[in-house]
Design a protein around this ligand. Structure first.
Ligand SMILES: NC(=O)c1ccc[n+]([C@@H]2O[C@H](COP(=O)([O-])OP(=O)(O)OC[C@H]3O[C@@H](n4cnc5c(N)ncnc54)[C@H](O)[C@@H]3O)[C@@H](O)[C@H]2O)c1
Length: 261
């Protein structure tokens, strides 16, 4: 059990990749702190994790609201003494052609995919510094490392806001790694390729999703999409003591995307 006795926060833990990470962490013995804005999904997720034999608690928090985050971290420490792991997973996208991208959509995506990563890390850092121990894993994307085609039949538009935010997360990871590393905190990042989760339905029709999956399989060396549990394995590695000498790194978990090669 690689996370036995560790207290691990996963933001956006009620769906998709966050859920897969939470499940894996619970199986590895962590007390998983489920943080999500989707109030009705929190208790069922906590119950599911407990049923796996893990400990879990849940908090309904919008991670874009800075003022709620300091009190969230304090409550966690009050109840569990420490915060060992923070996975900044909560994210969203709006696929729009660049020329029709509104201020509102741009701000929405940047607020969650970039600014909330900064907010959560800043709120958790004092507790990790006090402990002299911490693991922060940020979620970037293959969109943060290469410009993927935005106008395939399966995509209703480009991903300028999402790509800008996810690229910035890689650089934010490096700077946080430098500042927090001397305190015994490892800050790293994962950049997933394509994993079929609800995020892809937010701005696509079922036909567009099918077309998009076809395109993603074609442009992936391994000729398939990823399984959420495969992403969870990579996050577990960066959250565990197996990666103690890794710092400021971005691990691509994308099956080898040819559009960045
Ligand atoms: N699925 C993929 O193919 C893929 C690829 C690359 C990167 N990613 C990244 O992985 C992460 C997870 O994506 P996913 O596919 O599991 O998405 P998802 O839509 O399935 O899950 C996102 C979760 O975040 C929660 N959330 C949304 N806004 C929130 C907020 N303001 N505060 C707290 N929680 C909030 C949602 O309620 C949901 O539970 C995101 O950062 C995404 O950008 C996903």
């Amino acid at each position: 059990m690689q996370l036995k006795g560790k207290v691990a926060i996963v933001t956006g833990a009620c769906s998709g990749l966050g859920k897969a990470i939470a499940v894996r962490f619970a199986r590895e013995g962590a007390c998983v702190v489920v943080v999500d804005v989707n109030a009705s999904a929190i208790e069922p997720t906590v119950e599911e994790l407990r049923a796996l034999g893990g400990d879990a608690i849940g908090f309904c928090v919008d991670v874009t609201k800075r003022t709620d985050l300091a009190s969230l971290m304090e409550k966690i420490v009050e109840q569990h003494d420490r915060i060992d792991v923070l996975v900044n997973n909560a994210g969203m996208t709006r696929y729009r052609p660049f020329q029709t991208m509104s201020d509102e959509d741009w701000d929405l995506v940047l607020a969650l995919d970039l600014k909330a990563v900064f907010f959560c890390a800043q709120a958790a850092a004092p507790h990790m510094i006090r402990q002299g121990y911490g693991k922060i894993v940020n979620m970037s994307s293959s969109h943060g490392t290469g410009a993927t085609p935005g106008f395939t039949a399966g995509s209703p538009g480009g991903s300028s806001a999402y790509a800008a935010a996810k690229a910035a997360v890689i650089q934010l990871t490096k700077t946080l790694a430098r500042e927090l590393g001397p305190h015994g905190i490892n800050v790293n990042c994962v950049a997933p390729g394509f994993f079929l989760t609800p995020i892809h339905s937010t701005t696509r029709t079922p036909e567009q999703i099918d077309e998009h999956i076809k395109n993603r399989i074609e442009t992936t060396v391994l000729k398939r999409t990823g399984k959420p549990e495969e992403l969870a394995s990579a996050v577990l590695f960066l959250a565990s003591d197996e990666s103690n000498f890794i710092c400021g790194h971005t691990l691509l978990v994308d099956g080898g995307r040819t559009d960045r090669m």
